[in-house]
Design a protein around this ligand. Structure first.
Ligand SMILES: Nc1ncnc2c1ncn2[C@@H]1O[C@H](COP(=O)(O)OP(=O)(O)OP(=O)(O)O)[C@@H](O)[C@H]1O
Length: 588
């Protein structure tokens, strides 16, 4: 979707339906807010009458008691009302925030690999945190302030006009100037505030990266550089913060000054009127209170405009993501995989292009059900891309990928991915127990199956040695596993799925040759005999396969059994010879 198209669409397209769900709560909140504001404007009127009655000696115990009861009832009503409008307006904004967050996260889960390839994690995190907070504030505090501005200003002005028109207009001039300053300074403050936030994000990104790479920093003795880098970011943040404080620091006292001018105008002109007997002392006191009450809506207007601008910018960013749809789509008449697949895999003239570069170029091969295939090739030759196309992380630019003779695009995505077990190159464990890390399937599996899968992946004994066994927490909050242990945990995760097609993508690189052999023997012994694809650059693993494909620059360069490939005296043979020499040197 083009940017212009996105801009033309309403900013409310995703928020609108959610806001509509809470409109009754919002409306009740605003009505209560109006009642509170009106009650507040009544109190100075009552106080004025009491003061005037007292100064003219017409007050009685009865009139004082009535005034006291009236004020008490209003104050009690205001207190209860304030609780409810806060609950209703802020509460609705929280519900709304939660729903948008759920939708955004669901979108992240739905969008395909090409989306995640180009979007930085930090940016996606900012959307569900900072941007969402800005939207919530605009629909909570922003809405509240704008309602308060209109309601409070209208009713306070009505009350003031009832006392004295000329004095109201005079006192309003400085207050109108406050509104002008705040609305003018608002966008500047917003811009400066955003600059501060950007610098803050850069600083936190820096700290996060330094913490993640702490071992590298220490090993390469880069501590001084790391500290200097932090100082640069921190100084930038400080400079921007000071700039903001200078502007905001000027606006605050200026607003107070103009508020004070209003009071001076009141004392001067109100005083003249009072000496002439056309204005009462009570009126002067009430007016003073009204001026104080008006200062807040004037500043609230500026803040509300700020919040709405921020909210709008953030909503636009959120909408841009919510508008997207995954490039990997399931066909409306997608085929369910009933029962088990056989596990035949075919690549028919598959080409995969990215930015004009052919990552796979007219690749064709067949893997029979239950066959064990090895894939080897230089770095970047397209090995992992084969797995990505098989699991539909991406679709090919040309050609077909077939499983059991059916184009993978025809299967229901969930069914296809359930049938294929992949152990990826990048080992990833959640900060959770070992059991939760292994059992990530939605299938009903019990202790017995988990035990079996961990034995087959040669990690069972290690886990048994931990105090909490399968309940041991891994990651930041728990034990640190070695590279080989982590790999075997992820292998157990794939075994537990009992997949018909099993892919180990460089998944044995951190285990020793004996363990590697043991795991591969275990797979060969599976009663279900899955079709197995082992991507590795270690000949020791590949020689146990039925056949090996050699990829080079996105093409199948060689294909055959281990011994047939050695006889060809080509690239595979050279790698074999080199690894043999390395092995001998290691032994010596
Ligand atoms: N989605 C993508 N967008 C752009 N380039 C990509 C994408 N996927 C892979 N590539 C590029 O295609 C090439 C092949 O990548 P692939 O991961 O398949 O190689 P590989 O043979 O598995 O490499 P390695 O041995 O390092 O794991 C690389 O140069 C990679 O940068």
């Amino acid at each position: 979707m083009s940017n212009t198209e996105t801009k033309q669409k309403s900013i409310w397209r995703h928020l609108g339906p959610i806001i509509r769900k809470y409109w009754v709560r919002y409306l009740c909140g605003i009505l209560i807010l109006a009642a509170v504001d009106i009650s507040q404007t009544i109190i100075p009127g009552i106080t004025a009458t009491v003061i005037d009655d007292l100064s003219s000696f017409t007050a009685t115990a009865h009139t004082l008691l009535v005034a006291l009861l009236q004020i008490s009832a209003l104050v009690a009503g205001i207190t209860v009302g304030r609780y409810f409008w806060r609950f209703l307006i802020w509460g609705s904004a929280r519900y709304l925030e939660q729903e948008v967050r759920d939708n955004l996260f669901a979108k992240y889960l739905e969008l395909s690999a090409d989306f995640h390839d180009v979007h930085k994690t930090g940016d996606l995190m900012a959307l569900v945190t900072n941007d969402l907070e800005a939207v919530r504030q605009s629909l909570g505090d922003g809405l509240l302030m704008i309602s308060d501005f209109f309601i409070m200003t209208t009713f306070t002005l009505i009350a003031m006009l009832r006392f004295n028109r000329a004095l109201t207009l005079l006192a309003l001039i400085p207050l109108a100037l406050i509104a002008l300053i705040v609305t003018r300074a608002g966008p500047l403050v917003f811009k400066l505030f955003k600059r501060v936030q950007d610098a803050f994000s850069a600083l936190t990104d820096y700290v996060e990266e330094a913490m993640t790479g702490m071992r590298i920093i220490k090993v390469f003795t880069r501590e001084k550089d790391a500290a200097r880098g932090l100082r640069v970011k921190a100084m930038d943040l400080q400079r921007r913060d000071i700039h903001l404080i200078k502007i905001w620091g000027l606006a605050g006292p200026l607003i107070d000054f103009l508020g004070a001018i209003s009071v001076l105008v009141l004392l001067w002109y109100g005083g003249i009127l009072a000496t002439r007997g056309t204005f009462t002392i009570g009126g002067l006191v009430a007016f003073n209170t009204y001026i104080g009450m008006l200062a807040w809506p004037m500043t609230a207007l500026g803040q509300a405009i700020n919040l709405f601008q921020r909210g709008q910018a953030s909503a636009a960013r959120i909408n841009e993501i919510l508008d997207r749809s995954s490039t990997i789509q399931e066909l409306p008449d997608a085929v369910s995989i009933e029962g088990e697949l056989r596990g035949d895999v075919d690549f028919e003239h598959v080409t995969f292009e990215r930015e004009g570069h052919k990552i796979l170029d007219d690749v064709s091969f067949h893997i029979a059900s239950g066959e064990k295939i090895g894939i080897i090739g230089p770095i970047g030759s397209g090995k992992t891309t084969i797995v990505s196309l098989l699991t539909r992380a991406y679709d090919p630019s040309a050609g077909k990928v077939l499983v059991d003779g059916v184009d993978v695009r025809r299967y229901r995505l969930k069914d296809l991915r359930r049938a294929i077990g992949v152990v990826t190159q990048d080992v990833f464990l959640f900060s959770d127990s070992l059991e939760e890390n292994i059992n990530v399937t939605d299938l009903p599996v019990g202790e017995k199956e988990i035990g079996e899968a961990t034995k087959q992946s040669d990690i069972y004994n290690n886990i048994s040695e931990f105090k909490d066994e399968f309940g041991t927490i891994v990651g930041e909050r728990g034990v640190t596993l070695s590279g080989g242990e982590k790999q075997r945990v992820t292998i157990a995760r794939a075994f537990l799925k009992k997949p018909r097609i099993l892919v180990l993508d460089d998944a044995l690189s951190a285990v020793d040759a004996d363990t590697e052999k043991h795991i591969l023997d275990n797979i060969a012994g599976f009663t279900s005999r899955p079709t197995t694809i082992v991507i590795s650059n270690r000949i020791s693993a590949l020689r146990q396969m039925d056949r090996v494909l050699v990829l080079n620059a996105g093409r199948v360069a060689e294909e055959g059994t281990h011994s047939a490939l050695l006889r060809k005296h080509d690239w595979y043979w050279r790698v074999f010879r080199r690894q043999l020499v390395e092995h001998k040197v290691e032994k010596e």
